[in-house]
Ligand binder design. Structure first.
Ligand code: DPZ
Length: 373
C-alpha cells in the first residue's frame, strides 16, 4: 500500500510539518480534525468550519450507521454531498463508540453485535461491514480499520490478546478495503502501556501495510504523563514517511507535546463539547465564560484569532448568552474553540518550518502552567 502523497516539508526534532495530498484537497500537518459526529460539526455551518482553517473533518461510523443509516447516506449521494463538506473526511470504524455508547454488546472473533442506544435495534460491526460503511457507503477519503480499544489498566495478557485481535481485524479490514487509488486505509496501533506490545503491534501493522498509522488506546484515562511515555516508545517504530494519527486527543498541551513526539493528526470532541458548556480555550487553558468575573468584561476572547467569534464579541455578551440559555452561546463558543485549535496547529506548523519549535513549545508550556497557577 502506498497511500496519498505525504510530503514532509520540514522537521524539528521529532516534530514534522507537511502536506497529505488527497483527491478532495490537501491536509496541512500537524492537523486537527473537528469531529463531525452525525455529519455535522455541532453548532457550526460547514463554511464556518472551513474558514477556521480545518482541512479535514471526522465522521463517526457508529452514529451515521444508526441514524440516518449508511445505505441511506449512500442513496443520498454519500457523506460529502449529504453534509455539504467538500474537503477530505476521515471516518472512524465505529468500534470505539460501540464500547462507549451501546449496551448489550456481544463480541466474537467475527466482530461485535450490539443494540442501538437510540432505539434498541440490533446491529453488527465486522471488519468487512465497517469498511463497507466507511469506504463504500459514506465515501470516506480515509477509513480506519476496525479495532478493539484496549481498556487502560488491563493486565499485560489482556493487552496482548486485545492487540492480537486488532491486528487480525486490521488484516481483514485491509482485505475488504482492497486496492483503491482514491481512498486510504489507516491501521491502529494498540498494546496499552506496554512497550514491547506497542512495538510488536507497530511491526505487525507495518507488515500488513497501511496508508497511515493511528495510535489507539490513549485518551482513555491513562493521564498526560503516561500518554507521553507511550508516545515516546511508540512513534519511533512507525514509518517516518507515512502520517501518524493520535485518536481522541486532546487538550492543547496534549497536541503540543504529541507533535513534539512525531504525531501528525488529531481529532477530539473537546472544542465543541466544552464550548457548548461555556469553556473557551486558549494557550492558558480554559476559561468558563459563565463565571461572574466576565459579566462586564468587554474584551473579546482572543483578537489574535481571525474568527468573528474570537474577535467580534465581548466576554460580557457571551456570558449573557450562556446565562440566558441562548442557542447562540454554544454556536459562538464552539466556533471560537475550533478556530483556536486550528490556529494552534497553524502556529505549530510555522514553528516547525522555521526550526523554532523548541522555543514555541517552551513558550506554550510557560503559558499553560501560568494558566494552571
Ligand atoms: N481515544 C480513542 C478514540 C478513538 N476514536 C479510538 C478508536 O476509534 N479506535 N481505537 C482506539 O483505541 C481509540 C481511542
Amino acid at each position: 500500500m502506498t497511500g496519498f502523497p505525504f510530503d514532509i516539508h520540514a522537521t524539528d526534532g521529532a516534530a514534522r510539518t507537511g502536506v497529505l495530498k488527497t483527491p478532495r484537497g490537501e491536509i496541512r500537518t500537524p492537523a486537527f480534525m473537528p469531529v463531525g459526529t452525525a455529519g455535522t460539526v455541532k453548532a457550526l455551518y460547514m463554511d464556518q468550519v472551513r474558514d477556521t482553517g480545518a482541512d479535514i473533518i471526522l465522521g463517526n461510523t457508529y452514529h451515521l450507521m444508526l441514524r440516518p443509516g449508511a445505505e441511506r447516506v449512500k442513496r443520498l449521494g454519500g457523506l460529502h454531498k449529504f453534509s455539504t463538506w467538500q474537503g477530505p473526511i476521515l471516518t472512524d470504524s465505529g468500534g470505539f463508540q460501540v464500547w462507549s455508547l451501546s449496551k448489550l454488546r456481544k463480541m466474537t472473533e467475527d466482530g461485535v453485535t450490539f443494540r442501538s442506544h437510540i432505539d434498541g435495534s440490533e446491529h453488527k460491526l465486522s471488519p468487512e461491514r465497517s469498511i463497507e460503511i466507511q469506504a463504500d457507503l459514506l465515501g470516506a477519503d480515509i477509513s480506519m480499520q476496525l479495532d478493539e480499544c484496549t481498556a487502560f489498566g488491563c493486565s499485560k495478557a489482556e493487552a496482548k490478546a486485545s492487540m492480537d485481535l486488532s491486528v487480525r481485524w486490521g488484516e481483514r479490514s485491509k482485505t475488504a478495503f482492497g486496492a483503491r487509488e482514491a481512498q486510504n486505509l489507516f491501521g491502529i496501533v494498540q498494546g496499552s502501556v506496554f512497550e514491547d506490545l506497542r512495538r510488536e503491534s507497530a511491526e505487525r501493522l507495518i507488515g500488513t501495510g497501511y496508508d497511515g498509522y493511528a495510535i489507539g488506546g490513549l485518551a482513555v484515562g491513562e493521564g498526560f504523563e503516561t500518554m507521553c511515555e507511550v508516545l515516546d516508545f511508540t512513534t519511533p517504530h512507525l514509518p517516518h514517511e507515512r502520517p501518524r494519527y493520535l485518536m481522541g486527543v486532546g487538550k492543547p498541551i496534549d497536541l503540543v507535546e504529541s507533535v513534539a513526539r512525531g504525531v501528525d493528526m488529531f481529532d477530539c470532541v473537546l472544542p465543541t463539547r466544552s464550548g457548548r458548556h461555556g469553556q473557551a480555550w486558549s494557550d492558558y487553558g480554559p476559561i468558563n465564560i459563565k463565571r461572574a468575573e466576565f459579566i462586564e468584561d468587554e474584551r473579546p476572547l482572543n483578537p489574535a484569532i481571525d474568527c468573528p467569534a474570537s474577535r467580534d464579541y465581548s466576554r460580557a455578551y457571551l456570558n449573557h448568552l450562556f446565562r440566558s440559555g441562548e442557542y447562540l452561546s454554544a454556536m459562538l463558543l464552539s466556533w471560537h474553540n475550533i478556530a483556536y485549535f486550528e490556529d494552534l496547529t497553524a502556529r505549530m506548523r510555522a514553528a516547525i518550518a522555521a526550526g523554532t519549535f523548541d522555543a514555541f513549545r517552551r513558550d506554550f508550556r510557560a503559558k499553560w502552567e501560568e494558566g494552571r497557577a
